[in-house]
Design a binder for this molecule. Structure first.
Ligand code: 9MR
Length: 508
């Protein structure tokens, strides 16, 4: 059941914003524990934070009942991947066909979703007749196209990608029939025509590789500033966010969003996916989850970021394998429509529980690898086990083994002697808590550079070792986490954390 009622068009991007805090309130009214993370769909979780969470879709996919069910229930916003593009809506000059787009807006209406219209002016998926026009006729053709389409969808489309992908990678304007005919003025002309046709729609410029700071986003920033100065109707900038694990996360995404917001613009993540080289392995999957999480965190951190749209939500209908041979697995759901670790990461980032119930359900098993509790080394053996029903991203997991330094140097050396994951993926260091407690004035902190732990899976034994740099002896017998058992057992005195939150054990 959808607990949240949608209100009318909100200030934020013209996309109806769900009542922030409604979920928290409902949970309190229903007697839920005050600390419990909210349940709900991705969109409900986003809406509780004043954002939407949406997905692209396309007409052929809607006949897939299982696909359509999740599209209709989990997402509060949809974008037609193809059905509102020029080649579909005006395949021949003056012959308009809105049939496919209407199917999308009908679906949205039936499911209480908002629609981002995509896209009015784009160099691609442009019918041949536009490119064949003499320059002198391009402006009229463009304004006519915009006027007819934006008028048709008035009231059904909350925000338009008026101009899509106007820039080259180096920040110069991309050549297109529109640029060739009108220079960069075509952008202001297009925005004015869209505003005249639908004064209530929020009007966006949309592009890829503008998520981080860089030459291309600088160009978009300069263009947006200029349009605003000239009083051109521009409401927002769409960052497509077609990310890839092999290319790194966009540089300073949050800061980049903030500078557009400071111009008085909304920002939307419009086409999010995170592709990888196939086959997907644990490390790539974990990196993907972390990219999805970081996008959500960036959007949550910037008030004018109105929402996020996945392009599309499932690998079953992703555009990636056709365009990037050998790459894929870019979506939140797999080809069988099952949520992937990235889905859990997004839920968690939105403030929800993962679908396993417990946020990052893990436990630690420990044994002492030490024959003597009074020598100059401590040798814990640790295993982290996923006790939940969804994968846990190991890069978010840390484990603390608590001990006392006793007398002698207070600097330490640490080693990973063996791990089936490879010691290169295991990080280790000694740190001191803010205030020492009995048996615990230091802890050995163990982490992971990447990887993913499937439900029920264990990291296997990680053999660790630490000493003081002056090699003086320890007295381990009073250490909080120390045990003398030489076979593995669940050990709450060795604590574990997911994304910094205590997930296992009892701290000293
Ligand atoms: O998802 C769309 C895919 O089905 C089409 O084949 C493709 C053709 O260019 O366009 C895809 O969507 C694009 C979007 O309109 C603009 N940004 C890039 C997207 C991926 O190509």
């Amino acid at each position: 059941m959808n607990l949240v009622k949608r209100c009318g068009r909100g200030r934020t991007g013209g996309i109806p914003v769900l009542l922030a805090g409604t979920l928290a309130l409902a949970s309190t009214l229903l007697g839920g524990p005050a600390t419990a993370a909210p349940q709900g769909t991705l969109h409900e979780l986003a809406a509780a934070q004043g954002k939407y969470f949406g997905s692209a879709t396309d007409n052929p996919e809607l006949s897939d009942a299982a696909y359509a069910a999740t599209l209709g229930s989990e997402f509060g916003q949809i974008t037609p991947g193809n059905s509102m593009k020029w080649d579909t809506t005006e395949p021949a000059e003056g012959r308009f066909d809105f049939t496919k787009g209407d199917v999308i807006t009908d679906f949205a209406r039936q499911h209480g979703q908002t629609v981002r219209g995509h896209t009015l002016v784009w160099h691609s998926q442009l019918p041949g007749w536009v490119a064949a026009l003499p320059s002198s006729r391009v402006e009229a053709a463009m304004t006519d196209h915009i006027t007819r389409e934006a008028t048709h969808y008035r009231g059904a489309v909350a925000a338009w990608d008026v101009v899509n992908e106007p820039f080259n990678e180096d920040g110069t304007f991309r050549t297109s029939p529109f640029y060739s005919a009108m220079g960069s003025d075509y952008i202001a002309t297009a925005l004015r025509a869209a505003h005249a046709a639908d004064p209530d729609a929020k009007l966006y410029l949309n592009d890829y590789n503008i998520e981080g700071l860089g030459a291309k986003s600088d160009a978009m920033y300069a263009l947006a500033s200029e349009l605003i100065d000239e009083g051109v109707p521009l409401d927002g900038v769409g960052m497509q966010a077609h990310l890839a694990v092999q290319y790194g996360f966009p540089y300073e995404m949050r800061e980049n969003m903030r500078r557009f917001a400071a111009l008085g613009l909304d920002v939307a993540v419009t086409e999010l996916d995170v592709r990888m080289q196939l086959p997907a392995d644990a490390a790539r999957t974990a990196t993907q989850s972390s990219y999805y999480r970081q996008v959500v965190e960036a959007c949550l951190a910037v008030e004018r970021c109105v929402g996020i749209t996945a392009w599309d939500y499932t690998d079953k209908y992703s555009w990636i394998p056709n365009t990037f041979p050998g790459e894929g697995s870019a979506g939140l759901y797999d080809e069988n429509l099952s949520p992937k670790p990235a889905y859990a990461a997004v839920r968690t980032a939105l403030g929800g529980e993962d679908s396993g119930g417990e946020p990052g359900a893990i436990k630690v098993r420990y044994r002492s690898g030490d024959s003597s509790a009074g020598d100059n080394q401590i040798k814990p053996g640790l295993q982290v086990v996923n006790t939940g029903t969804t994968a846990v991203s190991l890069s978010e997991v840390t484990v603390r083994y608590w001990f006392t330094g006793d007398n002698g140097a207070s600097t330490y050396a640490t080693w990973c002697d063996w791990s089936p994951l490879g010691c290169a993926t295991v990080t280790h260091r000694v740190a001191a808590p803010g205030s020492p407690s009995a048996g615990a004035d230091h802890y050995l902190e163990v982490g992971f550079t990447g990887g993913s732990l499937a439900p029920g899976a264990s990291t296997g034994e990680i053999q660790l070792r630490l000493s003081k740099t002056d090699w003086s002896d320890f007295d381990e017998s009073d250490d909080y986490s120390h045990g003398s058992g030489t076979s593995y057992g669940d050990t709450p005195e060795v604590t574990a954390y997911v994304a910094g939150d205590l997930a296992w054990g009892v701290e000293p």
